[in-house]
Design a protein around this ligand. Structure first.
Ligand code: SAM
Length: 203
């Protein structure tokens, strides 16, 4: 089964497998968000994060390759009374626009191998406006011991050194690695080893 088929199958249930509430790390960054502006949510899935960003007053562009997930994202936006611009796209092949977004969120997108991630992160560096905010959460290699979600390929997981290298020159960089009990729908539950990253593109 291809990755595409695997995600389509996972999302083809009525419930929101990652829940309808935003990712906990993302919600905690509310104080860093601008009052308005454009946001991009990469591999936004069923829309829990894109919809929450729209509720914070941002004009949100949510991209994902799963039509089933984006249909659920649009339904969630309607239910919550916000506008979400969804686009069916392979985030690895996508043409990232130049200096278009005030905020970019990358929440649990570790389906990318290092080469693919390099391409996406280069797109992200270019797509943020100067001073724009980057928010990333993913698993660390320790997650392989827990087996409570995420990929099995260690090279897809994030370390502090990797994020510092890939976003060298960014300002206000904060990175924290910790273990936590996740409660994000039926898909993300149990003890997990994660890394949180916030930083701004230099002006
Ligand atoms: C672990 S889920 C996370 C979804 C969302 N970020 C969240 O936190 O709820 C990974 C998402 O990546 C999407 N995805 C996987 N490979 C992709 C690709 N090449 N291009 C676009 N989306 C992809 C899946 O459809 C799925 O929605």
């Amino acid at each position: 089964m291809s990755e595409y088929e695997r995600w389509e199958k996972r999302f083809s249930v009525p419930e929101y497998i990652f829940g309808e509430k935003p990712n906990a790390f993302l919600a905690k960054q509310k104080h860093l968000l601008p009052a308005g502006g454009a946001a991009l949510s990469i591999a936004d899935g069923e829309g829990r994060n894109g919809v929450w960003l729209a509720e914070q007053g941002l004009d949100v562009h949510a991209i994902d390759f799963s039509p089933t997930a984006l249909k659920k994202a649009n339904a969630l936006a309607r239910k919550r009374g916000v506008r979400l611009r969804t686009e069916l796209a392979d985030v690895i092949a996508w043409t990232y626009p130049t200096e278009a977004y005030d905020v970019i969120a990358i929440i649990f997108t570790q389906f990318m191998n290092p080469e693919e991630r390099d391409r996406v992160f280069a797109g992200v560096r270019g797509a943020l406006k100067p001073g724009g905010l980057l928010l990333i959460e993913g698993y660390t290699p320790k997650q392989l011991e827990y087996g409570t979600g995420g990929p099995k390929q260690v090279e897809n997981l994030y370390t502090r050194a990797l994020l510092e290298r890939d976003f060298a020159g960014f300002t206000d960089m904060k990175i924290s690695e910790y273990e936590t009990e996740m409660d994000e729908g039926s898909a993300h539950g149990g003890m997990s080893a994660v890394i949180d990253f916030t930083a701004r593109k230099p002006v």
